[in-house]
Design a protein around this ligand. Structure first.
Ligand code: THU
Length: 158
């Protein structure tokens, strides 16, 4: 018997410690929380994806009265990127959120399982790690890749 351990390295940084490029993404994700359509949860999420053509694609959560028909901010941005820039590869994604009180959440939120699954495939297509930046008001986490957020992901069935 052998125990296998999976480690997710997370860098906790302040806004000032971000690179210019990462700061640009966090700013874009925070701005997108104001475009969220979330009358049911009142939880506003924004996402911004940097592509390798230097375009930043953004998204926000879009809810629906038939609850499962809505979509998270991450997949709204990812699918927009895939649909509009099919040749481009993802480099990084930033995610930010505001809670029911309208304030930015203190600690970062992390993508749901469905978004991790979708992002894992775009990372696979990119052929390199896609950095994940989780922005809270008090702390910002940098995770080096989607696969480190979703170990043992199902990414192909060949
Ligand atoms: N949501 C996101 O957009 N991204 C996440 O990472 C977590 C949850 C959305 C889905 C729903 O509209 C609302 O937040 C509450 O779950």
């Amino acid at each position: 018997m052998k125990e296998l351990k999976i480690v997710t390295p997370i860098l906790s940084v302040s806004y000032d410690e971000l690179s210019d490029s990462d700061r640009r993404l966090v700013d874009a994700a925070r701005k997108m929380t104001y475009k969220s359509y979330s009358p049911y949860s009142r939880f506003s999420v924004g996402a911004a994806i940097l592509l390798d053509n230097d375009v930043v694609v953004t998204g926000s959560n879009q809810e629906n009265v038939a609850y499962p028909s809505g979509i998270c901010a991450e997949r709204s941005a990812a699918f927009y990127a895939g649909a509009n820039y099919p040749e481009a590869h993802f480099m990084a994604i930033a995610i930010a959120a505001r809670g029911t009180d309208g304030e930015e959440i203190t600690d970062p939120i992390s993508p749901c399982g469905a978004c991790r699954q979708a992002l894992a495939e775009y990372e696979q297509l990119a052929g390199h790690d896609v950095k994940v930046i989780l922005a809270g008001h008090d702390s910002i986490y940098i995770v080096p890749s989607v696969k480190s957020l979703m170990p043992l992901a199902f990414i192909d069935f060949a």
